[in-house]
Design a protein around this ligand. Structure first.
Ligand code: SF4
Ligand code: SF4
Length: 407
């Protein structure tokens, strides 16, 4: 794929990174600010040099933005109480992620209220869908108003699935204009389908600097293979994340708790173990688990700096049993394989929003957003399912259930 603007684009982004780093670090007065002289991370070895300040949240460098972020960030997607967000920030969380479309726009307003007076303590990320240039700019300007800020630190293209979307010149034009106007600081993308394709495409170009990727202990093939991948051998999403991060792309992990299903507690709680698993991958700079309560913030923050260990592995095994065959790992391998056009990963993600997150409104909105062409109506009358899932999920049964509850 072509590199946008070649050397000129590279120089432009380097200059901008220096400004971003200066501006953002100037504002970060919590744990992250204490290490403002952070090294630029250019290769895998550099990750090992990072160590958490004692008694504070572990921090890592977000790719070539060179901004240090706590490894546990705030996914605000389903958070309705601004005090929960504020509580997380007051306790060292310095990365907050939202989107223009969450809760029909209300989520950005909640985040805006939560960050009043502490805006300069966080890296603030939001999202915009690919659309005509004017519409994208209008959408980001609306986000600025909702978030009560002059600048959004990371503006991500929402739900990218293909190399073509990464190369989309109209989207870049819109983001370049916003960068030039100082309304955003860093362009990035988000992906929960075709993730390896998207990561590799971003790794080859020089415009987008971050990728928000769905990643958890079910992302690779089975727990054993997943653990093997994390330690450096094997292929799959874990390896692709490491490779992409080594090219200087800042990696943020979402869907880290594999749905957040309720399960019995061990020494490390299953949710802490799931976070610790994600953070075993040195390519991941931060995570954005969804948090809706003070106790969830406390629980997730305790995973910062923790290593998985045997207790964590045991907790993950219990968690995997509890999840059973309900949760799609979002690997995207089955995308496009339904002859009737059902978008299986998105259908099953909707079901996870319902059964894991307990978010009926979000689940319905996501499912209905697929429309008649990508929804699971054909599964109702389908004889035998042609989609093969690498986790062995019964796709037809789950897709039918999603349709029954969410259509
Ligand atoms: S059950 Fe049939 S329609 Fe549904 S995903 Fe499988 S092949 Fe496609
Ligand atoms: S249904 Fe299975 S193969 Fe398809 S995205 Fe989910 S985990 Fe991957």
């Amino acid at each position: 794929m072509s590199v946008a603007g070649g050397g000129k684009e590279r120089k432009r982004m380097q200059d901008r990174n220096d400004v971003v780093r200066r501006d953002v670090l100037k504002g970060l007065c919590c744990a992250a600010a204490a290490v403002a002289a952070a090294p630029v991370v250019r290769g895998a070895n550099a990750w090992a040099a990072l160590s958490p300040p004692a008694g504070e949240l572990e921090t890592r460098v977000l790719g070539t933005t060179r901004v240090r972020v706590a490894t546990v960030g705030m996914g605000a997607m389903i958070t309705r109480d601004p005090d929960v967000i504020r509580y997380a920030v007051d306790h060292g969380v310095n990365y907050v992620d939202t989107a223009d479309c969450y809760m029909g726009g209300e989520n950005e307003r909640i985040v805006g209220r939560a960050l009043e007076g502490v805006r300069d303590k966080v890296v603030l990320a939001s999202k915009v869908h690919i659309a005509p240039v004017d519409q994208m700019i209008a959408s980001v300007e609306n986000s600025l108003r909702s978030l009560r800020t002059d600048v959004i630190d990371i503006m991500q293209l929402h739900g990218i699935k293909s190399e073509g979307e990464v190369a989309d010149e109209g989207a870049r034009e819109a983001l370049r204009k916003l960068l030039d106007q100082g309304k955003i600081r860093v362009p990035g993308v988000t992906t929960h389908s075709g993730q390896e394709t998207v990561l590799k495409a971003v790794g080859k170009q020089e415009f987008y600097q971050t990728v928000l990727v769905a990643y958890n202990f079910r992302s690779d093939t089975g727990i054993k293979a997943a653990i093997k991948n994390v330690f450096g051998s094997g292929n799959g999403l874990s390896a692709t994340i490491r490779d992409t991060a080594a090219k200087g792309i800042g990696i943020i992990a979402m869907k880290t708790q594999a749905g957040g299903y309720s399960v019995p507690q061990g020494s490390l709680s299953p949710h802490q173990a799931a976070l610790a698993w994600v953070l075993e991958n040195p390519g991941v700079a931060t995570t954005i688990p969804s948090m809706v309560s003070f106790s969830q913030v406390d629980e997730n923050m305790k995973a910062s700096g923790k290593r998985l260990g045997w207790g964590g592995r045991k907790a993950l095994t219990q968690y995997a049993w509890a999840i059973g065959d309900r949760h799609c790992g979002l690997c995207g391998e089955c995308a496009g394989s339904c002859p009737s056009g059902v978008d299986v990963p998105s259908v099953l993600r909707s079901l996870t929003y319902l059964e894991g997150y307990g978010q009926e409104h979000l689940a319905r909105g996501t499912y209905r957003g697929l429309g008649p062409d990508r929804g699971a109506l054909p599964c109702v009358s389908c004889g035998s399912c042609a989609v093969s899932c690498r986790l062995g999920l019964d796709v037809k049964r789950l897709a039918r259930r999603a349709h029954r509850h969410l259509a």
